[in-house]
Design a protein. Structure first.
Length: 445
């Protein structure tokens, strides 16, 4: 089968690679001069900037770490100095506890909130319809933990309010643990299974744990993917229309056996004017705008940026930034000697207007917020902005139902849906999605 993969972001490239590996004749049609979509890496003034995602977790069987190994992309693990994480809550940075002893000593929750959290194993599971992450967290952990810990974490993933994100679609592992009797009980069961595997040598072995990134940034992975696909990647190919035929599809008049739509759903709607059922289903998916401000400082101007991964901001605080990553602490080679680099995230569905501010206003806001939270002094030695009008896929309550309906509508016209809008927004999700797409196309033959 001859397959047109429309969109050369990470989702499109990994889909094409999986299809070619399964024997399909797949070609990537990318509108821009370079593949990668929102993902890319650049260097300015000696500071290395990631344009979107910057890393991925190990342990996923079909995730990015396995893909890097298969492609021969060297990776590095996050620095041990990046283990600590912070929450900006009630006007100050507070350390996120990583073990029970730290939880007891933590000022992130009151004693009432800590007791509420400890009751989690004794609360009943909720079965049935989907719910928001905030509703789940308040039910299982209590209102304090929901606000102070879970809601900022959701913002860190989706740049969204936890009230607006689906538990089942956004955090399926938590939903599964909840259905199995609770988070603590579920984790204990998983730990016990891991011990059994180590003792008996039976069962699936998981890969290395921790946070990883390709050396030089995620742009390295994009380059290697595109290089492997070679002349199957066609840049400067902006598609105008996708139409169904009796035996396949036509992409701007050219016949193909099937098409993979690997661009944002909001952009894909304009390609299917003759397929109103598909367009209607695609209209259920949205992305939020995002802007990232990179600030460089002399290391002695912001010493707190050398302690941990970064911080997330609880809602209602006097900071407009959603979160700040201590880039040069996590990945030490990303700033010149004697300098630190922080990445400040603005916008998302929590504050979409922020992404529309001009560069000067964003840089001023980021400098102010970093000054308040980290005590940064002086003028940044570097300041730059990377922005995306459709940067972060949103997963509202009921998202999985929308995905099922959209996939069915597209399938009836020999179209497959791929990318961050549907089955997971993370780097690992997009890498694993290739197998799903291969199985979908195989089911048609």
């Amino acid at each position: 089968m001859r397959i047109a993969v429309i969109g050369g972001g990470l989702g499109g490239l990994t889909a094409a690679r999986a299809l070619v590996g399964a024997g399909f004749d797949a070609h990537v049609l990318e509108a821009s001069p370079r593949p990668g979509g929102v993902i890319g890496t650049s260097s300015v003034d000696g500071f290395v900037r990631e344009h979107a995602a910057s890393s991925f977790l190990g342990g996923a069987a079909h995730g990015a770490l396995a893909l890097c190994e298969a492609l021969g992309v060297p990776v590095e693990q996050a620095s041990p100095r990046a283990k600590r994480r912070w929450i900006f809550l009630d006007g100050k940075l507070r350390a996120l506890p990583s073990n029970p002893l730290q939880l007891v000593r933590s000022d992130l929750l009151t004693w009432r909130g800590k007791l509420d959290l400890l009751r989690e194993p004794f609360r009943e599971a909720r079965a049935g319809t989907d719910e928001s992450v905030h509703a789940f967290a308040a039910r299982r952990f209590g209102a304090e933990a929901a606000r102070a810990i879970v809601a900022p974490f959701v913002t860190g993933v989706f740049a969204a309010d936890a009230h607006d994100v689906s538990l089942a679609a956004g955090f399926p592992r938590l939903a599964a643990l909840d259905a199995q009797g609770g988070i603590a009980r579920g984790l204990l069961k998983q730990a016990a299974k891991g011990v059994v595997r180590k003792v008996t040598g039976k069962g699936a072995a998981s890969g290395p744990r921790g946070m990883f990134a390709p050396r030089g940034g995620l742009g390295t992975l994009i380059d290697r993917l595109a290089g492997e696909l070679g002349d199957r990647v066609h840049t400067h190919r902006r598609i105008g229309e996708l139409a169904a035929t009796e035996r396949g599809v036509r992409v701007d008049g050219e016949a193909w056996d099937a098409a993979v739509l690997a661009i944002p759903a909001e952009d894909a709607i304009g390609l299917v004017p003759t397929l109103p059922a598909v367009a209607m289903r695609l209209a259920a998916f949205h992305r939020a705008p995002a802007a990232q401000v990179y600030l460089g400082f002399a290391a002695d101007q912001v010493p707190l940026a050398g302690d941990g991964f970064g911080f997330l901001v609880a809602q209602g605080e006097d900071l407009r930034v959603l979160g700040v990553v201590f880039e040069s602490t996590v990945w030490p080679d990303r700033a010149p000697a004697g300098q630190v680099l922080v990445r400040c995230i603005f916008g998302g569905s929590r504050d979409p207007d922020a992404a529309g501010l001009d560069d000067a206003m964003l840089i001023a806001q980021a400098t102010r917020d970093v000054g308040i939270a980290l005590g940064a002094r002086g003028v940044p030695t570097h300041a730059s902005v990377v922005r995306w009008s459709r940067g972060i896929a949103q997963y509202p309550v009921g998202h999985r139902d929308h995905v099922r309906a959209a996939v069915a509508a597209a399938r009836s016209h020999r179209i497959v849906l791929a990318g961050a809008d549907y089955r997971g927004p993370g780097v690992n999700d997009l890498c694993a999605d290739g197998d799903v797409i291969v199985e979908e196309l195989r089911s048609w033959t």
